[in-house]
Ligand binder design. Structure first.
Ligand SMILES: NC(=O)c1ccc[n+]([C@@H]2O[C@H](COP(=O)([O-])OP(=O)(O)OC[C@H]3O[C@@H](n4cnc5c(N)ncnc54)[C@H](O)[C@@H]3O)[C@@H](O)[C@H]2O)c1
Length: 253
């Protein structure tokens, strides 16, 4: 069991479903007070309720991470409720329908970059400001993807956004390494039981991804939550600026 979260305040974006929801539950079980943020209100409130039913402390804040004003409001709500911010998991993201670049609409490119890349930039901008105002220290994990490390046809926007998260993670880690703020990313391979992967439009791709994965299966949200908790905890205390791949061996080929 990862330790070091007693009394800590953790923000999780994209916490209504999938990887974010599971990580919020795991953080609360490890002792953190958790602020769940998501653009989807009902499922977000249900996830916060699930944390409390399991004995944790949690609150839900609705918001769109593509909006700087919304992200500022989410961070302020966390501090107003719990007094500080120690950990953040910037996980909200979208996976647009794949299209070769000639056929890709500019609006799909813009929306993907606005949420998956600039959204993480907004989150870290406001989270780091709060952590510095507290005197420094803190841990941040961003969700990238194996598609930010390798790629595939039709994934120009998604792959560029996630590769951007890998670079953004390195740079912000270097901005504040001396202030004790550690910043890392997790790069999931194919993960089942999430809204993205359960979408019928993605089912065939996910089955193919499971077959292509050396371990012969998709991962589950807990596989990612376990890595994220370690990266957010003092047990990874000398790790910063890294993007950790969790993919059942997919990128080892
Ligand atoms: N599932 C996979 O196979 C896989 C693989 C690699 C990376 N990822 C990444 O993992 C992260 C979590 O995805 P998931 O698989 O759990 O899917 P998911 O759809 O279950 O979770 C994503 C969450 O982000 C929220 N969200 C989307 N846009 C938002 C916005 N603008 N503001 C606030 N919240 C928003 C959604 O409402 C949803 O709750 C994403 O960044 C995704 O790109 C997933």
């Amino acid at each position: 069991m990862v330790q070091g979260f007693d009394g800590k305040v953790a923000l999780v974006t994209g916490a209504a479903t999938g990887i974010g929801r599971q990580t919020a539950l795991a953080l609360a079980a490890a002792g953190a007070r958790v602020v769940l943020a998501d653009i989807v209100r009902q499922a977000g409130e249900e996830s916060a309720h699930a944390v409390e039913v399991a004995g944790g402390r949690a609150m839900f804040v609705p918001g769109d991470i593509a909006s700087g004003d919304d992200v500022a409001r989410i961070v302020k709500a966390a501090v107003d409720a719990y007094g500080r911010l120690d950990c953040a998991f910037n996980n909200a993201g979208i996976a647009p329908r794949g299209a070769a670049i000639v056929d890709m609409a500019e609006a799909d490119w813009d929306r993907t970059i606005a949420i998956n890349l600039k959204g993480v930039w907004w989150c870290m901008k406001h989270e780091c400001a709060q952590m510095l105002a507290q005197g420094g220290g803190g841990t941040i994990v961003n969700t990238a993807s194996i598609m930010g490390v390798v790629s595939g046809p039709g994934l120009a926007a998604y792959s560029a956004s996630k590769a951007g998260v890998v670079g953004l993670t390195r740079s912000v880690a270097l901005d504040y390494a001396r202030q004790g703020i550690r910043v890392n990313a997790v790069c999931p391979g194919g993960i089942g039981n999430t809204a993205i992967t359960d979408d019928p439009a993605n089912r065939a791709d996910m089955e193919e991804l499971a077959q292509m994965t050396p371990m012969g299966r998709l991962g589950c949200p807990q596989d990612i939550a376990d890595t994220v908790l370690w990266l957010l905890s003092p047990q990874s205390g000398f790790v910063t600026g890294q993007s950790i791949v969790v993919d059942g061996g997919f990128t080892a080929w």
